[in-house]
Write a protein that binds this ligand. Structure first.
Ligand code: ADP
Ligand code: MG
Length: 682
C-alpha cells in the first residue's frame, strides 16, 4: 500500500465515473465536497429486486423484477399518449409504458427480440400487466437482481445513480494499514476500517448501531477528533512564554471591594488560572460555568495579575453592552493606576485613533471591546492575556488561530456559559484545559418556576402588575415562529402591542430585525428602568446583568429545549430578590413535556439539566451547537457511545504519557480532520 491512497477518498467528486460538474455541484450544496463525505450518506431502507417472477405470477401493486422479451413498439404521434413496448415471457404478456421518454432511448434499452430484465411497480390495465416508466432495465440480470438502497435524495440525483456511485466507491476503497492497536481492535472483533465501511452500506445492515463495524467507525471518528485536539494542545504547550507574577495582594485588593465572598469553585478556578499564568507554558483554558456563576470576577482577578506583571490584557465580549458592563466593573474594582479603556464601534474616530495609539505605546493596560479588537491595524505593545466571554460559537480552528494571534507570551482564557455534558466538552473543547464553576453563589435564591396555560394570561398580567408596583422589571419572551428566522419578530410585535395597551409606555420591544445600534439603546433604557417590560424574541443578551429584572415569562415554552429554557431563566435571579419564571403553554402538556418541565423545576444546575435534556431530546439539539453549525460527528453519539468516548480518552492519555509516535494515525487524521487544523502538524 502506498501512503497516499487516502488521497482518493479526499479527492474531488468529479473523479468518480459518471459524476460531472452538475452532479458535483448538487452534492456540494449538501456539504458533500469529496468522495469521503459521500461515505456517510447512509441508505434509509432498500428495495429488494433480487428475485425475478414470471409474468403469470406477478403481484399487482408490488415492485417486482421480471425477465422478458420485447416484441413490438408503439410510438403514437399524438401528444400526451405514452410510448408503449409490448413484451412477453413464456407465461404471459406485459406492456412497458413510457411517459416523456424518447424513442431512441427506448429502442436502446429495450431492443426487440432480446431478453432483458426490468424492475418496477406492476399494475394491471385492460386485462394486461403493465410497468410504467421502469427505472431498472438491463440485459445483464445480475445488475438488477439485487437489493437497492434507498437514500434520502438530493434533488436532481436519482436513487439509481446514488447506488451506482456508492458501489463504485466501495469497489475502489483503499485497504489501509490498521492504525489501532490490538487491544482496541479486539473490542470490535478485529474488523478493519475498510470492511466496516463496506458493511455499513449493506442494505441488510441498516440501523445496526450496536454492531462491531458501526462501533468501530464511530470510535475512529471520536479517536481522530481527540487526537487532533491532543496535537493542538501539545503544540501550544511547547510554546515557551515569559512567566507572569501572581500576587495575593493584588487579589485581596479586588476582594476588598466586593460585597461578597468567592465560592469555592470560583477560588479553585482562579488558582488553576494563576498556576497557568506563572508557568512558562502558554495558557489555553476554558472557564466553563453556568449563567450567573460568577465567571467575570474570576477573569478580572486574573487580568489584574497580568497587568501587574507588566502586560496588557484584551477582553472581548460578544456585544458592546456586555463589553461596557465588564468595563464598568473593572473601573469599580481596579486601582486608579490601572489604565482601563473601552473601544466601541461608536467611539469617535479621533478617539479610536487615540486608543489605537495608546495600545501600541502601552499606555492602556486593559481594553474592553467586541471582536473589533482583532482588526489587523490594532497592535499591542505587550499583550499578555486575551479573555473571551461567551464564545461558544468558535470552532476548533478559529480557537487555534486566536491562540496564534496573541503571540507567544499571550495567554488565552475563554469563558462559556453553556453547561454541557462531559463527553461533549471533551469533543468540543478537547484542545483546551478546563476549569469548571458548578457552584452558585450562596446568596442566590432559586428562581421559582411555574407553568401556565395561555388561556390564563389574565392571572399572569395580574402578577406582572404586582411585581411592577414593587419596582421590579419583567422579560417577556416570544418564540420563533419558524426556524428560518424570517418571521421571528411577528409574535413579538403582536405581544408588544397587546402589553402596551395594558401597560402604556412601560413596554419595550426587541427582536431579530432590530438594528444593532437601536438594540443597545433599548437594552440600556431597560437597564436604566425607563421601561418595566421588555418583550423580545430569544435574542435577549446572554451574559448581561439585569439585577432589577426578576420575572421572565416565556411563551410557547414547549418550543424550546430544556437547556435553552434554562439559559433564558438565567436572565433573572441575579439580584437578591426572589425571582419567578413563568412558562406558558397553548394547551395541556403531554407526558413528555411534563417530564421535561419537571427536570427544569427540580434543578437549577445547568450541567444536570443539559445531561437530562440530552437523554430526552438526543444530542444535536443542545443549545447553541446546532445553530452554530458545529456538527461534530457523523456516526458517533455522545450518549449512545459513551463507552467509546471513554476508551478514546484513555488511549489518548496513554499516547500523551508515553509520548508515542503518532505517525501511524496519519491517514486517520487526514481523513477525519474536518477543521483542517492538522495540516501543519502531521
Ligand atoms: P456569569 O458567570 O454568568 O458571567 P457574572 O460574572 O456576570 O456571571 O456574575 C453574575 C452576578 O453574580 C454578578 O452580579 C456578580 O457580581 C455576582 N457574583 C459573582 N460572584 C459572586 C459570589 N461569589 N457571591 C455573590 N455574588 C456573586
Ligand atoms: Mg458572563
Amino acid at each position: 500500500m502506498t501512503n497516499n491512497t487516502y488521497k482518493y477518498l479526499l479527492s474531488d467528486l468529479k473523479n468518480l465515473k459518471g459524476v460531472g460538474l452538475k452532479t458535483s455541484n448538487l452534492l456540494k450544496k449538501k456539504k458533500i465536497n469529496n468522495i469521503f463525505d459521500l461515505l456517510w450518506r447512509l441508505p434509509k431502507s432498500y428495495t429488494d429486486r433480487s428475485k425475478s417472477t414470471e409474468i403469470i405470477n406477478l403481484k399487482i401493486g408490488d415492485i417486482q423484477t421480471v425477465t422478458l422479451v420485447p416484441y413490438k413498439y408503439n410510438f403514437p404521434r399524438i401528444r400526451n399518449l405514452p410510448n408503449r413496448v409490448y413484451c412477453k415471457d413464456k407465461t404471459g404478456e406485459l406492456d412497458c409504458i413510457f411517459f416523456n421518454s424518447y424513442e431512441g432511448y427506448i429502442k436502446k434499452v429495450l431492443p426487440l427480440n432480446k431478453e432483458v430484465t426490468i424492475s418496477g411497480k406492476v399494475s394491471y390495465f385492460k386485462n394486461k400487466y403493465q410497468i410504467t416508466n421502469p427505472k431498472y432495465i438491463s440485459e445483464d440480470a445480475s445488475i438488477i437482481k439485487d437489493k437497492h438502497n434507498k437514500y434520502s435524495l438530493t434533488e436532481g440525483i436519482s436513487e439509481k445513480f446514488y447506488n451506482k456511485i456508492i458501489i463504485q466507491i466501495l469497489k475502489n476503497i483503499p485497504n489501509f494499514e490498521e492504525w489501532h492497536n490490538q487491544e482496541v481492535l479486539k473490542k470490535f472483533n478485529g474488523i478493519s476500517w475498510n470492511n466496516s465501511i463496506i458493511e455499513l452500506h449493506k442494505p441488510e445492515n441498516i440501523g445496526k448501531y450496536r454492531s462491531n463495524f458501526y462501533k468501530r467507525l464511530a470510535y475512529d471518528e471520536i479517536f481522530a477528533s481527540f487526537l487532533v485536539h491532543s496535537e493542538i494542545r501539545k503544540k501550544i504547550k511547547k510554546i515557551k512564554k515569559q512567566r507572569k507574577i501572581f500576587d495575593f495582594k493584588v487579589q485581596n485588593q479586588i476582594f476588598s471591594k466586593l460585597n461578597f465572598k468567592l465560592t469555592n469553585d470560583q477560588k479553585k478556578s482562579l488558582t488553576e488560572i494563576n498556576q497557568d499564568l506563572i508557568s512558562n507554558q502558554k495558557m489555553f483554558r476554558l472557564l466553563q460555568g453556568d449563567v450567573g456563576s460568577g465567571k467575570t470576577i474570576v477573569a478580572l482577578c486574573a487580568a489584574l495579575n497580568v497587568i501587574k506583571s507588566g502586560f496588557q490584557v484584551a477582553v472581548m465580549a460578544p456585544t458592546e453592552i456586555l463589553a461596557k458592563q465588564h468595563f464598568h466593573l473593572a473601573k469599580k474594582i481596579f486601582d486608579k493606576e490601572t489604565n482601563i479603556e473601552i473601544l466601541s464601534s461608536k467611539s469617535e474616530n479621533k478617539n479610536k485613533k487615540d486608543i489605537i495609539n495608546k495600545l501600541a505605546e502601552k499606555k492602556i493596560d486593559i481594553i474592553f471591546s467586541t471582536h473589533a479588537i482583532f482588526q489587523k491595524k490594532i497592535v499591542f505593545k505587550k499583550l499578555g492575556l486575551i479573555i473571551i466571554d461567551e464564545q461558544h460559537k468558535f470552532g476548533v480552528n478559529q480557537r487555534k488561530k486566536l491562540s496564534d494571534k496573541g503571540g507567544d507570551n499571550c495567554d488565552v482564557l475563554l469563558m462559556s456559559a453553556t453547561p454541557i455534558p462531559r463527553t461533549l466538552t471533551m469533543t468540543i473543547y478537547g484542545d483546551m484545559d478546563l476549569s469548571i464553576i458548578r457552584e452558585k453563589p450562596k446568596s442566590r435564591k432559586d428562581v421559582k418556576t411555574y407553568t401556565k396555560l395561555e388561556s390564563k394570561i389574565d392571572e399572569i398580567l395580574k402578577f406582572v402588575k404586582k411585581e411592577i408596583d414593587n419596582g421590579n422589571q419583567i422579560f417577556w419572551v416570544c418564540p420563533l415562529i419558524d426556524e428560518s428566522n424570517k418571521l421571528d419578530h411577528v409574535s413579538a410585535i403582536k405581544k408588544f402591542e397587546f402589553l402596551n395597551k395594558k401597560f402604556p409606555n412601560q413596554v419595550a420591544l426587541l427582536h431579530g430585525k432590530t438594528e444593532v445600534y437601536e438594540k443597545e439603546k433599548i437594552l440600556n433604557k431597560f437597564l436604566n428602568k425607563e421601561y418595566n417590560i421588555l418583550v423580545s424574541t430569544t435574542i435577549i443578551e446572554v451574559g448581561i446583568d439585569f439585577p432589577n429584572a426578576n420575572v421572565i415569562v416565556i411563551e410557547n415554552a414547549n418550543k424550546f429545549g430544556l437547556s435553552q429554557l434554562h439559559q433564558l431563566r438565567g436572565r433573572v435571579g441575579r439580584g437578591l430578590k426572589q425571582s419567578t419564571c413563568i412558562l406558558m403553554f397553548k394547551s395541556s402538556l403531554t407526558e413528555n413535556a411534563k417530564k421535561r418541565l419537571n427536570i427544569l423545576k427540580r434543578s437549577t444546575d445547568g450541567f444536570k439539566i443539559s445531561e437530562d435534556d440530552l437523554k430526552l431530546r438526543g444530542f444535536g439539539d443542545i443549545l447553541g451547537f446546532k445553530q452554530s453549525g458545529i456538527k461534530i460527528f457523523r456516526l458517533a453519539d455522545p450518549l449512545q457511545n459513551n463507552d467509546l468516548f471513554e476508551l478514546a480518552e484513555k488511549e489518548i492519555k496513554k499516547i500523551e504519557k508515553n509520548n508515542e509516535d503518532i505517525s501511524k494515525y496519519k491517514v486517520l487524521m487526514k481523513l477525519y480532520d474536518k477543521a483542517d487544523v492538522i495540516n501543519d502538524i502531521v
